[in-house]
Design a binder for this molecule. Structure first.
Ligand SMILES: Cc1cc2nc3c(=O)[nH]c(=O)nc-3n(C[C@H](O)[C@H](O)[C@H](O)COP(=O)(O)O)c2cc1C
Length: 179
């Protein structure tokens, strides 16, 4: 079970990226979580760049192929001024026309429980892209560094339980596809 993890923050000390790294460490047996680190290389989205004859930017193709090859996508993204981070929204806009999110199981996590507006906006965007939002595996957990030190995992059990819910959903879908 391959899970692709996307962080919507480019900050070196990003708590959302750290949350994804923590997730990779407590993934259940049979699940591998790989963090995609290329969102900062994306050009600003412009539909003109998708016109026939345009070459897909390499960074965009890399994400498209990584999503296509993953069983699920795990997103952790900050809220900036009551909106989704530009980094995440830009990446998602590039993934609309290629349809790679259609039916793809997606889980939304957040390292700051205050960031509910961006979380709701991400849900809306991914719903309209017809991703398969795995709501039961969502997790908002305050990840906070102190005195410049990186925090340790505040609740590994909550992460494991959320990932197990994702695993259960993926197993159900795999079983249903065999019928
Ligand atoms: C410009 C800016 C605007 C922000 N606006 C909000 C906001 O509207 N709501 C909120 O909950 N946090 C807001 N924050 C706080 C960040 O979402 C928070 O620090 C988050 O942990 C950053 O994610 P990261 O650690 O992954 O980089 C803002 C931070 C910045 C720098």
């Amino acid at each position: 079970m391959q899970v692709l993890a996307l962080a919507g923050s480019l900050r070196a000390a990003s708590m959302n990226r750290l949350m994804l790294a923590m997730a990779a460490e407590c993934a259940p047996v049979g699940m591998k979580i790989d963090i995609f680190d290329g969102l900062g290389d994306f050009p600003l989205f412009n539909p003109d760049l998708e016109a026939p004859g345009c070459v897909e930017p390499a960074s965009v193709a890399r994400l498209r192929l990584a999503i296509a090859g993953a069983d699920a996508v795990l997103i952790a993204s900050p809220e900036y001024a009551h909106g989704v981070s530009g980094v995440m929204k830009n990446a998602l806009d590039w993934m609309v026309a290629n349809g790679v999110f259609v039916g793809k199981p997606v889980v939304l996590w957040n390292a700051s429980p205050r960031a509910s507006i961006a979380l709701a906006a991400l849900r809306e965007t991914l719903s309209v892209m017809t991703a398969d939002l795995v709501r039961e595996a969502e997790l908002c957990l305050l990840i906070q560094g102190r005195d410049g030190l990186l925090p340790s995992n505040p609740d590994p059990l909550a992460m494991q339980q959320a990932l197990l819910k994702l695993k259960a959903r993926l197993c159900e879908q795999a079983a249903a596809s065999l019928l």
